[in-house]
Design a protein around this ligand. Structure first.
Ligand code: FE2
Length: 430
């Protein structure tokens, strides 16, 4: 197999074509604006992120916003409220003396998983809440928006500067929920025989996928976040790893590739699958990626634009780790580790690393060497999930602008496939 050898240098900014990559070159991008004061810059950043949440909710009716189509997916209304609660709980409640919460019950209703904050409504029952209605959540958001902006302007620069890490965490947290709003409503719409479109004009991003392989020679490389710009705690500490020799596919696995796997009986061949994976595939009657529907006109797939014909050249999407692993075995290849992925991405060797599909790696979601979650309540953000999940790298078509990093570690359980998840292959052959 042919492939160019490359000698990756650590800490090279990725400059992939996808829009998400552009943000990676700018540290704390959401805090850069034309305002001359810190309060002004924080206000601009805050309102930009808050308005993007509402922009994503805008096409949805109050009925759409209430649906919870499975326990892992939350209603749009809940996402809008929970992200608001985050500001109320961690910024206003902690740092704005005299702030009175919008409603005394909302801390219970809209806390997600923060045990240190107190009891909370059951995750699987978020879709049971007809009240408060979508309009009340809009009022809640406006109340908190006004209080946060007032807080920014009433607070000294010295105190605000000390709160920037918390504010950035709030912005990035809300951006994560913006992606979930799309993944969750797509799951709900995909259960609907009418196949409603989130946006009839929606188009999938065009892949830039190159072909062939890039060769990573054996060497020691630094991975993990370095520098002072925003990052989640799970991206640190940066540390050195031995990777290679290995070849990574420059492009993502496509729907055409996946159809070949299906046509070869991939979903029915137990020897290709992990035991838990085959149990999931048979138990859930998987015969294709998530949201694919067999019609008289052939396979179609439910997208944010509604039901569309399969695009053979597009990256396969909505596959679980189990499916990705089986496909890799069928191909005679492997899934890369997250370390291999990051080293190759830093060297700009991967096409469509960002902005298309999250890419499964075979790396367990574990702490980097020496990692400890912080002792405050936000220490619950990432650290307590570091077991039984797999790392995904890159970003997806639903990831907000300026929310991607080469060191970003996403994570899901191996059976999950409602996220925008795909894969690229690794080859350890000669
Ligand atoms: Fe959250």
């Amino acid at each position: 197999m042919s492939g160019a050898t490359f000698f990756p240098k650590p800490e090279i900014s990725v400059t992939n074509p996808a829009s998400a990559a552009a943000a990676m070159a700018a540290p704390n991008p959401s805090l850069f604006s034309g305002s001359r004061t810190l309060a002004g810059r924080l206000t601009d950043a805050f309102l930009a992120v808050r308005s993007e949440t509402e922009r994503r909710a805008e096409p949805l009716t109050p009925e759409d916003q209430m649906v919870q189509s499975m326990p892992d997916a939350s209603p749009t209304k809940w996402h809008r409220a929970h992200t608001t609660w985050f500001w109320e709980q961690f910024l206003l409640g902690e740092h704005s003396p005299g702030y009175i919460p919008f409603h005394p019950d909302y801390a219970f209703l809209f806390n997600s998983y923060y045990v240190g904050v107190g009891p909370r409504h059951a995750r699987a029952q978020r879709g049971h809440l007809t009240r408060p209605g979508a309009e009340e959540i809009t009022a809640y958001r406006r109340h908190v928006d006004a209080a946060v902006v007032k807080f920014f302007h009433d607070t000294s620069d010295k105190m605000l500067a000390g709160l920037i890490p918390l504010i950035e965490a709030g912005l990035n947290h809300e951006q994560q929920h913006q992606e979930l709003m799309l993944t969750d409503i797509l799951h709900a719409f995909a259960q609907n025989p009418m196949a409603p479109a989130y946006d009839t004009l929606w188009t999938s991003p065009a892949p830039h996928a190159g072909s062939g392989w890039t060769r990573l020679i054996e060497g020691i490389h630094t991975i993990g976040h370095q520098g002072d710009n925003f990052h989640f705690d799970n991206e640190k500490p940066a540390h050195r790893v031995l990777v290679g020799p290995v070849k990574l596919a420059r492009g993502l696995v496509t729907n055409a590739d996946w159809l070949a796997f299906m046509d070869d009986g991939g979903y029915r061949t137990a020897s290709l699958w992990l035991m838990d994976g085959f149990a999931a595939a048979t138990g859930e009657a998987w015969e294709a990626p998530g949201y694919w529907r067999k019609t008289a006109d052939g396979w179609q797939v439910m997208t944010l634009g509604g039901l569309r014909p399969i695009d053979a050249n597009a990256p396969v999407c909505h596959v679980s780790y189990y499916e990705a692993d089986a496909f890799a075995r069928w191909s005679g290849k492997h899934l890369p580790t997250e370390m291999e992925w990051e080293v190759a991405a830093r060297a700009e060797q991967l096409d469509d690393a960002f902005g298309m599909v999250w890419q499964w790696t075979r790396s367990a979601y574990s702490p980097y060497p020496g990692y400890r979650a912080s002792q405050d309540v936000l220490g619950e953000y990432n650290g307590k999930f570091m077991v039984n999940q797999l790392v995904l790298r890159g970003s997806s078509l639903a990831t907000p602008e300026r929310h991607s990093r080469v060191s970003y570690r996403n994570f899901f359980y191996p059976h999950h496939r409602w996220q925008f998840t795909g894969l690229r292959l690794a080859d350890y052959g000669a």
